[in-house]
Ligand binder design. Sequence first.
Ligand code: DOR
Ligand code: ZN
Length: 345
Amino acid sequence: MTQSLTIRRPDDWHLHLRDGAMLQGVLPETARHFGRAIIMPNLVPPVVTATDAAAYRARIMAALPAGMAFVPLMTLYLTETTDPADVAAAHASGLITAVKLYPAGATTNSASGVRNFENVRSVLERMAEIGLPLCMHGEVTTADVDIFDREAVFIDTVLDPLRRSIPGLRIIMEHITTSQGVDYVKSNAKDLGATITTHHLIINRNHILVGGIKPHYYCLPVAKREEHRLALRAAATSGDARFFLGTDSAPHIDALKEHACGCAGCFTATNTMSCLAEVFEQDGALDRLEGFASLNGPAFYGLEPNTDTITLTKGDAVLYPARIDTGAGPVTVFDPGFPLHWHVS
Ligand code: DOR
Ligand code: ZN
């Protein structure tokens, strides 16, 4: 039995770092294990222009503790007034790695997102021309669609028509949560990838709702039925290079999670690699963890994998903190519900 596994240093292809005291508190949790991360732009106000992204990047680098190495891969938040020329210039200068599309109202700080896709067509066409990928939060937001169906309806009514009308646009379906998401990616050979979070490989909707409501398991897209979790597990552990890790680690202070109107987000930065090692071991796929966490993402983005490595070693249960203290307040670390035996060094 494998007791030690050395893999290329992983990257996180979907991460929320926030700003200010929260950024300061959570950044080391990611930088400890990960080389790079795609940084979500849903700040208040959002990171919309190249100027915003440059300033945010500088704040992230200033928050990085001395001696830690980490490369933030910046994104712009797509709005209906985004200027295609600003996006193209930000890409050409190497400042941004992707553009993020939130349907308006889909999740935390998405009010400036897209209502009418026709209003962003010129930006998306330009992105297709210059090869700049689009990170897509794939949920419809209309009140008539059940929250558990939002992803599947989005694929049929928005994503598929959009991809047909803008051929060549490279899209990452972020944090897929359904078998329909898995199947859609698999049925498309080119230009489409998907990130899968750590928590969606571990929890289903029962974990949120059975035996009392568990706010720290509430995120968006919300976890679905067990059959969907199993489809995500099969995709992540399959070795198919179109699926890669994007933790969507999304810190909110405990007071706002344990609340009558609790925020969406699971904070997984601290223990993700130990959780994933456990998941891949349970599924007899430890040899595919490196592909999922360290190789498939860079390949999709046209980047080289990290050159250095991490080592996962199996031993006594690792004692991760139940919560971390940030200057903004305490943030609860995702509880996978099983002991973690894989130490990361
Ligand atoms: O659970 C989530 N939290 N899903 C998202 O899409 C956004 C994120 C956040 O920013 O808190
Ligand atoms: Zn997110």
